[in-house]
Design a protein around this ligand. Structure first.
Ligand SMILES: [Fe+2]
Ligand SMILES: [Fe+2]
Length: 235
């Protein structure tokens, strides 16, 4: 049994389909993206930040929908352990929302990025050093693979942008995925098009993307999407 996820082989963690191996792979990709964000500027940095969001938000959403509810069921201290990472996720959602409306490459922007980077690294350490080894203590290889499949299915269909208003727990977050995932993913495609298409098409894509953002802003305030939250998740 591993003390943390840093050194064991894939076989020791349950093989390539184990949720532990999938988590470690995403965390390694996150580390590479954070290094690239720190080393780049301008358009290249913005592209890297977009890739970072497309990794971070579906990854965390699937943890909140699949993994943390399981830990609360199987560990006596699951509530306290998962509340801590939900608080980290909530703060990351709030900081990214603030980053979206801050002028890039200003001191305020750099400070936000530093706080986001520190929080993302702390979240990975909490998961790899504490939560996931505890899951490995109580779950056999079959469970780790079944959970891995469920986590990956949700990760591939989850919202891709920060949504600090919705619950970090089911049923609110699961309900939120139904309207917010297609809205986020449509905006991702439109924003990509608007960066590459010529003038008029780019402006049209930008207008539709902003309209979808406004729709998401209304939808995420619906009361059912806040159900299940522990009140202390928010500072
Ligand atoms: Fe993770
Ligand atoms: Fe996380």
């Amino acid at each position: 049994m591993a003390r943390n996820l840093a050194t064991p082989t894939e076989a020791e963690l349950g093989g390539p389909r184990s949720v532990l191996v999938m988590q470690r792979r995403d965390h390694q990709r996150l580390d590479r993206l954070l290094q690239r964000v720190a080393a780049t500027a301008g358009a290249e940095r913005q592209e890297t930040l977009t890739a970072l969001c497309r990794l971070v938000f579906p990854h965390a959403f699937a943890e909140e929908a699949v993994l943390w509810p399981l830990l609360r069921r199987v560990l006596p201290d699951g509530h306290e352990l998962t509340l801590r990472v939900e608080q980290e996720h909530q703060e990351i959602n709030e900081l990214f929302t603030e980053l979206e409306t801050t002028e890039p490459d200003t001191p305020a922007y750099e400070e936000l990025l530093e706080r986001i980077t520190a929080l993302l690294r702390a979240d990975v350490r909490d998961e790899e050093d504490i939560l996931l080894p505890r899951l490995q203590q109580v779950a056999g290889v079959g469970t780790l693979r079944r959970v891995g499949l469920a986590w990956m299915v949700v990760r591939r269909t989850a919202p891709t942008r920060p949504h600090p208003v919705v619950a970090r727990r089911p049923p609110g977050n699961s309900l939120a995925a139904l309207p917010l995932s297609p809205l986020d993913r449509s905006r991702d495609r439109l924003d990509q098009l608007s960066r590459r298409a010529p003038g008029r098409i780019a402006r049209g894509c930008g207008r539709v993307s902003r309209a979808l953002a406004a729709t998401a802003g209304v939808v995420e305030h619906l009361p059912p999407l806040r159900r299940g939250e522990d009140p202390s998740t928010r500072a």
